[in-house]
Design a protein around this ligand. Sequence first.
Ligand code: EPS
Length: 405
Amino acid sequence: MIRFLTAGESHGKALTALVEGFPSNLKIENEYINFHLKRRQMGYGRGQRMKIETDTAEILSGIRFQKTLGTPISLLVKNRDWDNWVEKMTSDKRKAKVEKITIPRPGHADLVGISKYNFNDIRNSIERSSARETAARVAACSIARRFLEEFGISIGSFVESIGGIFPKKNYSEKLFNNDLPKNFTGWSLSELSDKSDVRVLEKEHELKIINKIKTAKKRGDTLGGTFYTVATGLPVGLGSFIQYDTKLDAEIAQSIMSINAVKAVSIGTGYEAAEKFGSESHDEIIKTKEGFSRKTNRAGGIEGGTSTGLPIIVKAAMKPIATLMSPIESVDLATMKSVDARRERSDFVAVPACAVIAESMLAWSIAKFFLDKFGGNSIEETKDNYRNYIKKLNNRIKSNFKNKR
Ligand code: EPS
């Protein structure tokens, strides 16, 4: 079983991640992790912080000569901004007068945090609930992403809308209709969206969104949006219908929903399926040279909690960022008077970053179920198990049903 934990505060010294359970001999280069960390920092609408940070991961353990040892991998992402926060965030004795934060921001974890943990300073909640933590996740999950690449599984994403601005073309239709170019992969999708400042697939759409973000900035406001994350190259059979926690769609929903500010996750046609007839919702089964496929992929690559082998299609919605420069109403806990919510340096829009984080979390969830099925202590062993399953799969189906024909 693979697992990871992260630690670290937004303005603390560093973020760390501890990753466990990957087989030995998986090739992973530092630059690979840093490449994905950089992708997380992109996007029009980010705040001043992204100009300060150049996120890179230092590998502290678990990798030797660019290959995993099968031992716990620990990663360190330093916060460059730390130098400006030492007095406010030191683990040592307080040496300077540090202002306490007493006005919670609606939509952030400020009020629930101080209520639950019995704090007298909202800073104590702000720090860990900040989406800065996702830098450590992207670092950790890049091990999973690299692992999946060994099996031809690739992951990508694009932004569908920001602030309610949708593209002219309906790109999700192409995914649901399984109407994709032969060389389409998850990553080929990201190669396209990486070129856009807001991870969209059309220039005109990009310009409209950037204008809307400019309006939001002028208003001192923020925006959310929707995005798709897609994984290709999966074998049939990851996950199962046996228990609530063995279902691949349930695992994916949990991991995407865990990303800061995500308020909805759907798989395949999701909410739309509820409005259709069954005949318009399901994916007809067809025979191919290799085995079986589907005419369409409205199920988003998962049936009965199990991967069908078609692309996994996940949509998610991110709410607008909670920190507003023209704030809405809150209460000052020091005076118990109604006041404007506190301003704190933040982003205006982080939907493009959220899509990259979702790629990472999707990679994690798929790798978890992949290793659950194929196991192996070394990558060579995992590959043997995988190849054996793939090689025999279709013949097994044929021979199991032979006498019924
Ligand atoms: C950050 C995400 C956001 C940024 C943060 C860095 O976190 P939050 O959820 O707290 O708004 O605003 O930067 C700051 C907190 C800051 O000091 O600017 C990230 O993804 O790295």
